[in-house]
Design a binder for this molecule. Structure first.
Ligand code: PLP
Length: 377
C-alpha cells in the first residue's frame, strides 16, 4: 500500500465541477486580474476569519511583508519571530531591510515562547510574529501584555492555520493584522500561489492594498513605492470553492489526528502532538518526534509511506541566516526537536486503512529504535 504525504487530487476532484465553468467564463471575459470572484472571496474569507477586512495578495510571503509594512516596520527595525518556522516568515522581515530576531519555542507545542519574546525585546523592536505552526494557534494572549508594555504590533503568520481557533478567537483575527498563504498544500490552498492579509483595522487594509498595487490607489498616481502583489481571479475561484468545504475538511483532519493518537498510543519512544487547552487545531501537519528520525523516515519511505520534516534546520542554523550571528546551542528546544521531527501523512481524504498502515510501519520501525531511558519526572 502507498500512502502519499498529501493527496491534493482528491480535493481537486471535489471542486472541479464548480471551478471549471468559472475558469471558462474568466477565459471568455478575459477578466484575469481583480473582478467579482476576487472581491467575493475577500469578503467571504474576512467573514470566515472573523475580521472586517481581507486583502488578497500573490502569496503568503508577500502577505507577511505587506502586513509588517502596514504596522510601520521599516529598515533597521527588529521583528521577533520563532526559530522553528518556514523560512518565509523571516524572509519577509529581511526584504523590508528589518532584522529578524529569533527566539526559541516551547517544548510541548513547538510554538513561540512568550518568555523568550519578552527577553528579546530591545529599543528597536517593532513587531512580534507568532506563527500558528502545524495548524495550532500560538499563545497570542500571552504576547498581548508584552506587546502592550513595549508598544509592539502583533502580526500573525496564519499560513498553516486557516480555521483554527483558541479560546480567544480565530487564527488570523488575534493580532493587529495577520498574513496567510494559500499555497496549494495549505489547509485552504489555491491552484497555484496566493495569499491574504486580514485585519479589523481599515487603515491597515488600505495600506496593504496600496503598497500591493504599486503604491497607488488611483491609476498612475503613486503615493509610496510599492510593488505588485495580486490575487488572480483563477485562484479566487478555486479558493471560493475550497472555502465552502474547509470546515468539513478540517473536521476530517481532526478525526484523522484523533485516530493517529489512538493508533500510536502504545508505540514506544514516540512523542505524539497535543493540542493547547482551549484550542481547536486544524492539523495542517501531524508532527511526531522520534529518536532515530532519519532511519525511521527511510523505513517509512521504503514501505510506501510519504513523510516529511518540518523543519530540518532551525532558521539560525541555515546558511541564509548565518549572518545574524547566532550559535549552535542558542535555541536548545528547537535544536533538539529538529533532529526528531517527523511529519506523517495528513490530509482531509486520508483513510483509516491508510492510517493503520502508517501506524503499523512506524511501530515496526520503532521496535528497532534504542529507546532512551525515561527522564525522571
Ligand atoms: C507557507 C508559509 C509561508 C509562505 O507562504 P507562500 O505562499 O509560500 O509564500 C509563510 N509562513 C509559513 C509559516 C508558511 O507555512
Amino acid at each position: 500500500m502507498k500512502v502519499p504525504f498529501l493527496d491534493l487530487a482528491a480535493q481537486s476532484a471535489e471542486i472541479a465541477h464548480e471551478v471549471l465553468p468559472a475558469w471558462q467564463s474568466i477565459l471568455a471575459s478575459a477578466g484575469f486580474v481583480g473582478g467579482p470572484d476576487v472581491a467575493a472571496f475577500e469578503e467571504e474569507y474576512a467573514a470566515y476569519a472573523g475580521v472586517g477586512h481581507c486583502v488578497g495578495v500573490a502569496n503568503g510571503t508577500d502577505a507577511v511583508e505587506l502586513a509588517l509594512r502596514a504596522v510601520g516596520v521599516g529598515p533597521g527595525d527588529e521583528v521577533i519571530l520563532p526559530v522553528n518556522t518556514f523560512i518565509a516568515t523571516a524572509e519577509a522581515v529581511s526584504r523590508i531591510g528589518a532584522v529578524p530576531v529569533l527566539v526559541d519555542v516551547d517544548d510541548e507545542h513547538l510554538l513561540i515562547d512568550p518568555a523568550a519574546v519578552e527577553a528579546a525585546v530591545t529599543g528597536r523592536t517593532r513587531a512580534i510574529v507568532p506563527v500558528h505552526l502545524y495548524g495550532q494557534v500560538a499563545p497570542v494572549e500571552a504576547l498581548d501584555p508584552v506587546a502592550a508594555r513595549h508598544g509592539l504590533a502583533i502580526v500573525e503568520d496564519a499560513a498553516q492555520s486557516q480555521g483554527a481557533s483558541s479560546a480567544h478567537g480565530r487564527a488570523g483575527g488575534l493580532g493587529r493584522v495577520a498574513a496567510t498563504s494559500f499555497y496549494p498544500g495549505k489547509n485552504l490552498g489555491a491552484g497555484g500561489d496566493a495569499g491574504a492579509v486580514t485585519t479589523d483595522d481599515p487603515r491597515i487594509a488600505e495600506h496593504v492594498r496600496t503598497v500591493a498595487a504599486h503604491g497607488s490607489t488611483v491609476k498612475y498616481v503613486h503615493d509610496v513605492v510599492g510593488f505588485n502583489s495580486r490575487l488572480d481571479a483563477v485562484q479566487a475561484v478555486v479558493l471560493r470553492a475550497k472555502l465552502r468545504r474547509l470546515d468539513v475538511w478540517n473536521v476530517a483532519r481532526r478525526a484523522a489526528a484523533d485516530r493517529y493518537a489512538e493508533l500510536l498510543a502504545d508505540v514506544p519512544g514516540l512523542r505524539v502532538p497535543s493540542t493547547r487547552p482551549g484550542n481547536e487545531d486544524v492539523w495542517h501537519l501531524y508532527v511526531v518526534r522520534v529518536e532515530e528520525r532519519d532511519r525511521v523516515l527511510a523505513e517509512l519511505g521504503a514501505a510506501g509511506v510519504g513523510a516529511a520534516i518540518h523543519y530540518p534546520t532551525p532558521l539560525h542554523l541555515t546558511e541564509a541566516y548565518a549572518s545574524l550571528g547566532y550559535r549552535v546551542g542558542q535555541f536548545p528546544v528547537a535544536e533538539a526537536a529538529a533532529s526528531r521531527l517527523l511529519s506523517l501523512p495528513m490530509f482531509p481524504h486520508l483513510t483509516e486503512e491508510q492510517q493503520v498502515h502508517v501506524a503499523g510501519v512506524l511501530a515496526q520501525a520503532q521496535t528497532r529504535t534504542r529507546v532512551p531511558e525515561a527522564r525522571p519526572a
